[in-house]
Design a protein around this ligand. Structure first.
Ligand code: DQA
Length: 147
């Protein structure tokens, strides 16, 4: 099984940015956690981060072209603005899980909108970086059933 794990803007600053919301785990540590978890489960994980909306669209298309079985994505602030990311997920038709480290539903009004959510099979919020591993496990458990 092959999964693309995508992170949007400012998530490369994990551990530095607003620890009260996003915790103290760095992006490098997150990658290590995901790598260890996926190795244990026999999953090939392709992890990418970009601060640019178009690059994230390219990466979603790449997941399809490279034969990925699913996508885990934390689109960062593009969650709340990007129809392009919604359309990209709809285009590739890969099972996609939306992850947010913080509990977005308890934050500002502008964070209550998620364009990408309607195209996702699941949303995980407020579980910190553990949410990425939950998303991976969810896809591992459910993707086989879809094929
Ligand atoms: C976030 C929540 C978004 O509102 C914010 O813009 C982020 C991170 C999260 O992981 O909680 O960049 O997606």
């Amino acid at each position: 099984m092959k999964l693309y794990i995508l992170n949007g803007p400012n998530l490369n600053f994990l551990g530095i940015r607003e620890p009260a919301h996003y915790g103290s785990t760095t992006y490098a540590q997150l990658l290590e956690m995901i790598g260890t978890h996926c190795k244990e489960k026999g999953i090939e994980a392709v992890c990418r981060q970009s601060n640019h909306e178009g690059t994230l669209v390219d990466l979603i298309q790449e997941a399809y072209l490279e034969g990925a079985d699913g996508i885990v994505i934390n689109p960062g602030a593009y969650t709340h603005t990007s129809i392009a990311l919604l359309d990209a997920v709809k285009s590739v038709m890969l099972p996609t899980v939306e992850v947010h480290i913080s509990k977005v539903e308890e934050r500002e009004d502008f964070r209550q909108v998620s364009y990408i959510r309607t195209a996702c099979v699941k949303t995980i919020t407020g579980h910190g970086v553990a949410g990425y591993l939950e998303a991976i496990d969810y896809l591992l458990d459910t993707v086989g059933e879809r094929q």
